[in-house]
Design a protein around this ligand. Structure first.
Ligand code: NAD
Length: 335
């Protein structure tokens, strides 16, 4: 390959919320992408189907499954890096289907690590989550905060993280872990709180059904999350390999205050109705998450570029477009 040829990178979970924004960011920065969308008999490419043609011209979509080692090896062959985002991510669904979380988030990650080792892929970015910290014991949360898994979801993600650490220690594979805090923006699924609120308001509701209003989160706009992935994926190896990096804004807002803010942005007086089916077991609810991202800043220079308000405005615009809203089921509880 000549030095000017575009680098081809693989992305798992590419058809999802963050993955589709990462694909756009990778193409904008001159990469070619081999994008795994989970195999399905509809040949659906998820959100990749909504990206502009000039972006998709540089994307090769491969239907596959991270639970299958051969499928992962096929995806990675001939690529220079892999961004591993594929996961089952809903906490409530992890109460119902924990085995599938282990198969996808633990075995799936093992398959990617093993393919990176066998094929000698020069860079892997593994995706963790702030949920692995559990309710903050000290704030802001640094990477040295204890891991405390409060749901099958977070336990399965922490399992994947430990495998990444173990593969780095045992085989020296070039893996770095990005641990994003709560991400929001266009294309997020209705099971997350911001789309739930905006989607219900955009659909004409004024009484919003929600779970616990007290937990606080550090909400980061998805384009900033995508740039954090790119920063870790393209930094010099000595700055990132073998390390874990938080990504978040350092800000904090409760779910209750978020509803008030969204109402203000959408010009709507909102009432909240507590919906019993959305309340989690007390010890499973993570009450507080606030990020210290100084390690990522120091290693790569990454900074979030959007305020919460700017991100919310773009998200409101997306969900207020009837063509986008039509893709969602706002009237039901989306587990
Ligand atoms: N959304 C957040 O706030 C947040 C925060 C921290 C970390 N994360 C992590 O970011 C990553 C992306 O999450 P997201 O929010 O975009 O969710 P998402 O559900 O939109 O994306 C996950 C993608 O993985 C795919 N997938 C699931 N099982 C698969 C399988 N067996 N084989 C291949 N693909 C499979 C899904 O089809 C989906 O497109 C996940 O690893 C998640 O744990 C998300």
């Amino acid at each position: 390959m000549t030095s000017s040829a575009p680098v081809t990178v693989a992305v798992t979970g590419a058809e999802g919320f963050i993955g589709s924004h990462l694909v756009e960011a990778l193409i904008a920065s001159g990469h070619r992408v081999r994008a795994m969308a989970q195999y399905n008999s509809f040949s659906s490419y998820g959100w990749l189907e909504t990206l502009p043609q000039d972006v998709m011209d540089s994307v090769e979509v491969v239907l596959g499954d991270v639970r299958d080692a051969g499928s992962v090896q096929h995806l990675l062959t001939g690529t220079e890096a892999v961004y591993h985002l594929a996961a089952l991510i809903a906490i409530p669904y992890s109460y119902q289907a924990p085995h599938s979380y282990v198969a996808t988030n633990v075995t799936g990650t093992l398959n990617v690590l093993e393919a990176v080792r066998r094929l000698g892929i020069p860079r892997m970015v593994h995706t963790s989550t702030s949920e692995t910290y559990g309710t903050a014991q000290t704030v802001p949360i640094t990477e040295d905060h204890p891991i405390n898994t409060q749901s099958p979801y977070s336990a399965s993600k922490a399992g994947g993280d430990r495998l990444a650490d173990g593969y780095y220690a045992s085989f020296g594979i070039p893996v770095a872990t990005l641990r994003p805090f709560n991400t929001f923006g266009p294309r997020q699924s209705m099971r997350a709180v911001i789309p739930t609120v905006i989607g219900q308001v955009a659909a004409g509701e004024r009484t919003i059904a929600l779970g616990d209003l007290r937990p606080t989160r550090d909400f980061m706009f998805v384009k900033d999350t995508a740039q954090a992935f790119l920063a870790v994926g393209t930094a010099p190896a000595e700055a990132v390999v073998g390390r874990t990096f938080n990504a978040g804004t350092g800000g904090e807002i409760s779910v209750g205050d978020l509803v008030t803010l969204v109402g203000k942005l959408m010009g709507a007086e909102l009432e909240v109705r507590e919906d019993a089916q959305r309340i989690r077991p007390a010890a499973s609810e993570v009450m507080r998450l606030v990020c210290d991202a100084s390690r990522l800043r120091a290693a790569t220079g990454w900074e979030p570029a959007h305020s919460l308000q700017e991100g919310l405005e773009q998200t409101v615009r997306f969900f207020s477009d009837p063509a986008n809203l039509a893709r969602y089921k706002t009237a039901i509880y989306n587990v």
